[in-house]
Design a protein around this ligand. Sequence first.
Ligand SMILES: Nc1nc2c(ncn2[C@@H]2O[C@H](COP(=O)(O)OP(=O)(O)OP(=O)(O)O)[C@@H](O)[C@H]2O)c(=O)[nH]1
Ligand SMILES: [Mg+2]
Length: 218
Amino acid sequence: MSGYRPDDEYDYLFKLVLIGDSGVGKSNLLSRFTKNEFNLESKSTIGVEFATKSLNIDGKVVKAQIWDTAGQERYRAITSAYYRGAVGALLVYDVTQVSTFGNVGRWLKELREHTDPNIVVMLIGNKSDLRHLVAVSIEDGKAFAEKESVYFMETSALEATNVENAFIEVINQIYKVVSKRAVEAGSDGPASALPSKGETINVKEEASILKRIGCCSN
Ligand SMILES: Nc1nc2c(ncn2[C@@H]2O[C@H](COP(=O)(O)OP(=O)(O)OP(=O)(O)O)[C@@H](O)[C@H]2O)c(=O)[nH]1
Ligand SMILES: [Mg+2]
């Protein structure tokens, strides 16, 4: 049967990371996107978890491997292993908690210090369903994103609003850079840290480091 592909076969593997303060909804955005699940009483993430989802873009199978860690400092896994090889990031704040928006600059700085400058970043204002409690306006979110040249969306993991759009936009933007680079084969331009056609990101190394420090996975 032509067109049949086993589950684990893919043309591209992209590592994405979720970052942002504790309680903003990172784990629920991930479970909404990968399993269409939401948990109102989810516990703080300890260490690192990850989940994958494969998409079809331009007839290619693109597998996103999305890493999720604790926003709370004491639960966080070692930073460099978490960020290593990431080609996309979703930086999340909670639209009802001004302090989480206030910390976005710090998260972006840490991300920039540990990743390639060409990483695709999207700022996400989550919990848009809590309309009566909104404390950070959509304009403020947009303005910050424009200033920092990152993408922006408001989402609700609870109502499943924009969650798929946000992840897919990031993955599409990464794919654009990668496929453009494949066309310009041989060039070693600014996108050189992004994976090229058929190349995958080695996550085994990070996974084993995390295992060694007694960290968890899903
Ligand atoms: N109303 C509403 N609540 C949400 C939404 N997303 C997450 N929550 C709730 O916010 C709380 C924290 O969500 P988590 O996904 O665990 O947050 P986190 O960012 O992973 O937190 P850490 O793992 O501690 O860094 C939970 O009670 C969720 O049910 C949303 O879109 N709307
Ligand atoms: Mg979490």
